[in-house]
Design a protein around this ligand. Structure first.
Ligand SMILES: NC(=O)c1ccc[n+]([C@@H]2O[C@H](COP(=O)([O-])OP(=O)(O)OC[C@H]3O[C@@H](n4cnc5c(N)ncnc54)[C@H](OP(=O)(O)O)[C@@H]3O)[C@@H](O)[C@H]2O)c1
Length: 268
């Protein structure tokens, strides 16, 4: 087991990549705290983990609210004693669909409050527990949208670019305390949220769902999208001692999208 008895907070741990990560962490022996706004989804994951003999807790948290993040961290320490790993996976997903000049500014504010400031605040709060113990591991979830421009999705792209810069900065700051900070940038990954995005994109460009999926996968060296479980396995790697020499890194897990398709202009 790669994460035996490690205490891990996974934001957005009740759906998609976060859900797969919660289950993968439990499989590797971690005590999992899944946190996001929708409690029922978190509880489903926690129950699935407990049913297999693991330890898990669902804590309803809106990461755009610092007080709720403080409560999440305090409750995790109350229950499990410490925090060894934070997976900063929660994000306001890409729904802007407008050039910046026409963008609803609420989309920008929400994306930054959740995906960037929320990521920073979760890290800041867990570090208060990690630094005195001189031990800890933070994995931030960026995206291939953090590697190139994404027309009509400037809030999402700006956050994902920001997360990579934040990862490098925090890795330098926290390294002296034996705390590693890395980042993962998935490409197309088959979650419900991604499915919704494909449906919206297909409607916008007048193609079928299948046509958009084919076009998208053709852009990838592996000619397919990733499964959430494959991204979860990469996150396990970054959170475990298997990656002990890595900090400040951005692991791209895109089925080769980033090497075959250097920008996202003709994505769909
Ligand atoms: N799927 C892809 O193709 C893909 C590609 C690249 C990167 N990613 C990244 O992977 C991560 C997970 O995405 P996904 O595809 O698995 O979609 P998802 O299931 O929609 O995951 C997003 C998660 O964020 C949580 N969340 C949203 N707003 C929140 C808030 N204010 N406070 C707390 N939690 C909040 C959601 O839970 P609640 O609604 O319960 O709050 C949800 O669990 C994201 O960072 C995304 O940018 C995904």
């Amino acid at each position: 087991m790669k994460l035996k008895d490690k205490v891990a907070i996974i934001t957005g741990g009740g759906s998609g990549i976060g859900r797969a990560t919660s289950l993968a962490f439990a499989r590797e022996g971690a005590k999992v705290v899944a946190a996001s706004r929708h409690l029922s989804r978190l509880e489903e994951v926690a129950e699935a983990i407990k049913a297999k003999g693991g330890k898990a807790r669902a804590i309803q948290t809106d990461i755009s609210d610092y007080e709720q993040i403080k409560r999440l961290v305090a409750q995790t320490i109350d229950e499990f004693g410490q925090i060894d790993i934070l997976v900063n996976n929660a994000a306001a997903m890409a729904t802007n669909n407008a050039d910046t000049v026409d963008m609803n500014l609420d989309n920008w504010d929400t994306a930054l409050a959740v995906s960037l400031t929320g990521t920073m605040l979760c890290a800041r709060e867990v570090l208060k527990n990690m630094i005195p113990r001189k031990s800890g591991n933070i994995v931030n979830v960026s995206s291939v949208a953090g590697l190139s421009g994404v027309p009509k999705e400037s809030p999402y792209a700006a956050c994902k670019w920001g997360i990579i810069g934040f990862t490098e900065t925090l890795a330098i700051e926290a390294g002296k305390y034996n705390i590693r900070v890395n980042c993962i940038s998935p490409g197309a990954t088959l979650t419900d949220e991604f499915d919704e995005w494909i449906k919206r994109s297909a409607k916008d460009v007048g193609l079928t769902y299948e046509q958009v999926m084919t076009k998208l996968c053709d852009n990838n060296a592996l000619k397919r999208a990733a499964k959430p479980e494959e991204i979860a396995n990469c996150i396990v790697f970054l959170a475990s001692d298997d990656s002990s020499a890595m900090t400040g890194s951005n692991l791209v897990a895109s089925c080769g999208f980033h090497i075959t398709h250097p920008n996202m202009i003709s994505l769909v």
